[in-house]
Design a protein around this ligand. Structure first.
Ligand code: DGT
Ligand code: CA
Ligand code: CA
Ligand code: ZN
Length: 574
């Protein structure tokens, strides 16, 4: 429902009218409508469709009209007119705690403040502050503190959450026909597990730039406009995440994309390389003197620096440029290399779909195999299987498996690893299964030494094929166990046990740098979704990009193996 979106627009209209010194009665009426919409439980779409908008308390004819206008056009003309009357960056300044529309209006009119930067400068200049009605050193100090708080208060959101927010903005920009390309840059493009802010780039002719910036600053999900210019804009999104957009022409698009993809450290190294070749690299292009050598695409820039294209996931200044210079960049794993998923749940434990449904969904993805791995008995809250139920479940999996000759259905289990490394099922039980993943689910506060010993004990048991979500972390929610990844990977390599990259964007466990360490120690990995419903099989791509950030090639990943090779691996390690 669009209630909140419209409430946000009304609130901003009230702020703008107050800044512009309009009738306080009208200001209040917009503010009231905004609050009413915010608290309304029925959707405005529904109310509009049944012609009941005026039944909303405080909503009169004019307001109802504007709601209908928003539902029809996605914007309100009166709102756009108000926005046009103030500098683009001004409304965004209201994000500074303690800075209301009245004070802001004075700072704008009496001290020419229109951006965060100017606000900061003005607040630090006693002479300018003196000139503003009602402002004194104390108020200036408070606002400077708020600004510092705002700037330090950076929090990072999960990559999947950032992706969803970015997708909405990108869809808004794509509507503009002269937008030739709309692309994510920054940490989002590099596939980092969390994102500090969203960076977007749009390729378009300069004549369209302002329209595109306007589409961006008025897109759905935008709470406030932080800055708006001729070629760039910044907004604050729901969830207090910032998004930055640059509009760039075709000639320098690659250079801008490279610059804003980062990482900053990778860029620093690249610029050093350029200097060594007598070139200059910046966000506009690669130059020899005044002459542009490359800039339209990233490939051309890397090439002019004597390098192959470096995939964004590797651009972290972790040795990728040295490897590139020596022609030793890994041929990174691709999503298309994945031939199966070896960790998923069904209604037998805490999943929502049946064995048949999971198999059908895996076939639809074109997989050659899958393993059903439901929980073991100590996972009581997840309805974990005891020996008797497991035996019946395995019989059922095998019955379903027989019906399909185009996909291999393995009967597996996700057996709990207790805190001392022992397993929730006896060897005699585990030996009857085709595939065993062993995972830690409890006592995740263990120290590194204990946790490492715990996992190594499980690896050495000779009963398991894979260690599931080895650290047990949940991004932004639970740190999980600290692991000595070298020691664990060495044990895994020695016993031919794989380590899981759990693809759930809440987990991404092993994390990127641990994937790299595990591979370097000779361990194999398996990328699994741990799907609890058919839709979650889709999360595989997050696991793949996380593994790419760990320099994984398809040779490092067991579930890229063709069916026969997988069977051989399963067999060899028993
Ligand atoms: P984040 O947002 O914290 O998840 O990480 P990034 O990498 O997206 O960082 P962000 O948004 O501050 O900047 C996006 C890219 O822009 C960054 O990866 C490289 C480039 N960039 C930004 N500021 C600078 C800078 O001061 N120097 C250089 N060389 N590059 C910068
Ligand atoms: Ca960023
Ligand atoms: Ca940024
Ligand atoms: Zn699990």
């Amino acid at each position: 429902m669009k209630n909140r979106e419209i409430a946000t627009v009304f609130a901003q209209m009230a702020d703008l009218m107050e800044i512009l010194g309009e009738n306080p009665f009208r200001v209040n009426s917009y503010r009231k409508s905004s609050r009413t919409l915010e608290e309304l439980t029925e959707s405005v779409e529904e109310l509009a469709a049944t012609d009941r908008l005026m039944e909303i308390p405080g909503v009169g004819k004019g307001t109802a009209e504007k709601i209908r206008e928003y539902l029809a056009n996605g914007s309100i003309a009166a709102h756009q007119e108000l926005l046009a009357k103030v500098p683009a960056g001004l409304p965004g300044l209201l994000a500074v705690p303690g800075l209301g529309p009245k004070t802001l209006a004075k700072l704008w009119k009496q001290a020419a403040v229109t951006t965060l930067e100017e606000l900061k400068t003005a607040l630090g200049d006693p002479a300018r502050i003196q000139a503003v009605d009602g402002m004194g050193p104390k108020k200036a100090r408070q606002l400077l503190d708020s600004l510092a708080f705002l700037e330090s208060g950076t929090h990072r959101i999960r990559r999947d959450q950032a992706e969803a927010l970015a997708a909405r903005l990108m869809a808004a920009l794509c509507k503009e026909p002269s937008a030739k390309k709309v692309q994510a840059a920054g940490s989002l493009r590099r596939g980092k597990e969390t994102v500090g802010d969203i960076d977007l780039l749009c390729q378009a002719p300069p004549s369209a730039a302002q329209r595109i910036i306007a589409d961006f600053t008025t897109a759905s999900g935008v709470l406030r406009v932080l800055a708006g210019g001729d070629t760039k804009g910044s907004v604050l999104l729901e969830g207090d995440i910032q998004a930055d957009l640059r509009v760039v022409g075709a000639k320098g698009f690659g250079a801008a994309l490279m610059y804003f993809t980062g990482s900053k450290e990778h860029n620093v190294r690249l610029r050093e390389l350029a200097v060594k070749r007598g070139l200059k690299l910046n966000e506009y292009g690669l130059f020899r003197g005044d002459k542009m050598v490359a800039g339209a695409d990233e490939e051309g820039i890397y090439k002019s620096l004597g390098l192959p294209f470096v995939p964004p996931e590797l651009r972290e200044d972790r040795g990728e440029l040295a490897a590139a210079a020596e022609g030793k960049l890994p041929a990174l794993l691709e999503l298309a290399d994945i031939r199966g998923d070896l960790h998923m749940h069904t209604t037998a434990s805490d999943g929502t779909n049946t064995i048949e449904e999971m198999v059908a969904a895996c076939r639809a993805r074109g997989y050659a195999y899958l393993a059903i791995c439901d929980h073991s008995k100590s996972q009581v809250q997840a309805h974990g299987l005891d020996e008797a139920r497991l035996a019946r479940h395995v019989a059922e999996i095998r019955r379903v498996a027989k019906k399909h000759d185009d996909i291999l259905v393995l009967a597996g289990v996700e057996v709990d690893i207790f805190k001392d490394g022992s397993l929730d099922f006896a060897r005699s039980v585990l030996e009857k299964l085709d595939f065993v993943t062993a995972s830690p689910h409890s006592a995740l506060g263990q120290g590194a030494a204990e946790a490492t010993a715990r996992l190594i004990t499980a690896i050495e048991s000779g009963c398991v094929h894979c260690i599931g979500h080895p650290s047990g972390r949940l991004i932004n929610a639970r740190p999980g166990m600290e692991l000595d990844i070298e020691a664990i990977a060495a044990a895994a390599a020695g016993h031919n046990v794989a380590l899981e990259v759990n693809a759930d964007p809440m987990r991404l466990d092993l994390r990127d740098i641990h994937v790299r360490a595990a591979i370097a120690a000779g361990a194999k990995i398996i990328i699994n979704t741990d799907a609890h419903r058919t839709e979650s099989l889709e999360l595989m791509r997050y696991g793949v990009s996380n593994a790419r950030r760990g320099w994984a090639t398809r040779h490092d990943v067991i579930n890229t193996y063709p069916h026969q090779k997988l069977l051989k691996w399963l067999h060899d390690r028993r």
